[in-house]
Design a protein around this ligand. Structure first.
Ligand code: NAD
Length: 489
């Protein structure tokens, strides 16, 4: 039997999870978690202060040596059991994601499948951590190269994918033998709390994963990052905050993984399959209501097909049904809060003032939630404000180009380099674009690249390090080399 919203919310723990116990935080007032489609409070949860943050680090530090020695198979089995539990309760996780973040339930189900896959993937990777053994070139010694867990890690996650952003970090850390303090975003912390309760149920020992929720991110995180017991920070969020965390991490020379902002170009050439390009655009633009680091931010379309592409995209976008994510009729939800909605209006108004025009949308939607209409803007001039910023909402600006060289130059004209999308049926052109687009990932004739088996990450100011794939676990491992002189044998 499906749970009601109230029954589901009653299952979510509301405390901090430190050393295997749910405790109350010492922050000033509880955190109120809102439903962005109604503006009403879903649940109040505990608020950590700096002292609670350090208690979580102490728990992680004390569990580290034991956890590193726990057999890889056992670490993997805990992840696997958690994967099975999340899969069995996927409707509950999907509903919770939809309630706190606002995405349509069908998309939330997609996030559960995607996010949970990181637990399965890393349950399999735990037993494949290897090293090597060989002779030095002089023949006088043997060289042993091993991989060891980095040590206690601090994970800070954003609000937009409440499950996947947590599992992308918790999965490889557990597999590698690292303990953790996890700080989910204060806007959508409930899914992480339910996840950690599930990890506990699957047998995760006390202290391995500790969760703090806080309304004072900087004040609570600062002392953790400054503490010499911490060995690694893994962050997903804005470039602005990532830059601050890198500065702080420099003091202790921490290992860092940074998954930061994006400004994805979406290139459509006149030789593209336009049906596929429009389908790809709907996915790349509107997944997560446009609030994804991978969201197509700039549609760069060849002159001869720009009008047709714009009209077809606008037609599809204008048919979307704005509403509460958990309502099955809804095909697009609200943006996360009032500030985000005001930002959408500012971007539309600025683009129009700079010479662009609205094909569809352009204003707030009805209702108490933070709704903004899916919007297509055309004739956007290169250099416009909207092309420089991460939109993070359901607005698609279209810029025109004449030649491939101009398209590439427009695409690379950004400080970001997370993902790019290109639609062309010319294979040679496709391969040229893969070479010349300066991004960590490219979707060639597709609007979706995310996969637990793929190395996800960016270049330039979109960050460093990779999550998922064979590469993902390396972020939590360091190399230890041992020299053994052969004369000792
Ligand atoms: P944000 O940077 O505002 O916040 C991210 C997290 O950092 C939250 O948990 C927040 O509480 C915390 N935080 C904020 N200031 C802090 C400080 N001074 N010290 C410590 N922690 C602090 O980002 P957001 O609004 O939650 O998420 C949206 C951003 O995340 C976008 O820029 C998006 O592109 C990016 N993002 C990137 C990826 C990726 O994989 N590259 C994935 C998802 C989101």
């Amino acid at each position: 039997m499906a749970l009601s919203e109230q029954e589901l919310l009653a299952k979510v723990p509301t405390g901090l999870y430190i050393n295997g116990k749910w405790t109350e935080g010492h922050g000033e007032a509880p955190i109120s978690v809102e439903d962005p489609s109604t503006g009403k409070i879903l649940l109040q949860i505990s608020n950590a202060n700096a002292m609670d943050g350090l208690a979580a680090l102490t728990a992680a530090d004390e569990a580290q040596a034991r956890w590193a020695k726990t057999p890889p198979r056992e670490r993997g089995e805990i992840l696997r059991r958690t994967f099975e539990l999340v899969r069995a309760r996927s409707e509950e996780f999907a509903m919770l994601i939809s309630l706190e973040m606002g995405k349509p339930i069908a998309e939330a189900r997609g996030e559960v499948t995607y996010g949970n896959e990181f637990l399965r993937w890393f349950s399999e990777e735990a037993v494949r951590i290897t090293g090597r053994f060989g002779s030095n070139p002089e023949g006088t010694g043997n060289m042993l190269v091993a991989q060891r867990p980095v040590g206690p890690a601090f994970a800070i996650t954003p609000w937009n994918f409440p499950l996947a952003m947590a599992t992308r970090k918790i999965g490889p850390a557990i597999a590698a033998g690292c303990t953790m303090v996890v700080k989910p975003a204060e806007l959508t912390p409930l899914t992480t709390l339910l996840l950690v309760a599930t990890l506990e149920e699957a047998g995760l020992p006390a202290g391995v994963v500790n969760v703090i929720t806080t309304s004072t991110s900087a004040a609570t995180s600062g002392p953790i990052i400054a503490d010499p017991r911490l060995r690694k920070i893994t962050f997903t969020g804005s470039t602005q905050v990532g830059r601050k965390l890198l500065e702080q991490s420099a003091q202790q020379i921490l290992r860092t993984s940074m998954e930061l902002g994006g400004n994805a170009p979406f290139l459509v050439f006149e030789d593209a399959d336009l049906d596929a390009a429009v389908d790809g655009a709907m996915l790349a633009k509107l997944r997560n209501i446009g609030q994804a680091c991978t969201a197509a931010n700039r549609f760069i379309v060849q002159e001869s097909v720009a009008e047709e592409f714009g009209n077809r995209l606008a037609e599809r976008m204008s048919k979307l049904v704005l509403g509460r994510g958990v309502d099955p009729a809804t095909t697009i939800g609200p943006v996360i809060n009032e500030k985000a909605r005001e930002n959408m209006q500012r971007l539309v108004d600025t683009t129009v003032a700079e010479g662009g025009s609205v094909v569809t949308g352009g204003a707030s939607g009805d209702g108490d939630g933070y709704f903004f209409q899916p919007t297509v803007l055309t004739n956007v001039k290169p250099g416009s404000t909207i092309l420089q910023e991460e939109i993070f909402g359901p607005i698609a600006p279209i810029v025109r180009f004449k030649t491939e060289a101009e398209a590439v130059s427009l695409a690379n004209d950004t400080v970001y380099g997370l993902v790019s999308y290109a639609f062309t049926q010319d294979l040679k052109r496709g391969m040229r674009l893969v070479e010349s687009l300066d991004t960590g990932m490219t979707g060639l004739n597709t609007g979706l690249v995310s996969n637990a088996a793929a190395p996800f990450g960016g270049v330039k100011q979109s960050g460093m390090g990779r999550e998922g794939g064979l590469e993902g676990i390396n972020e939590y491992l360091e190399t230890k080399y041992v020299m053994i002189p052969t004369s000792d044998y």
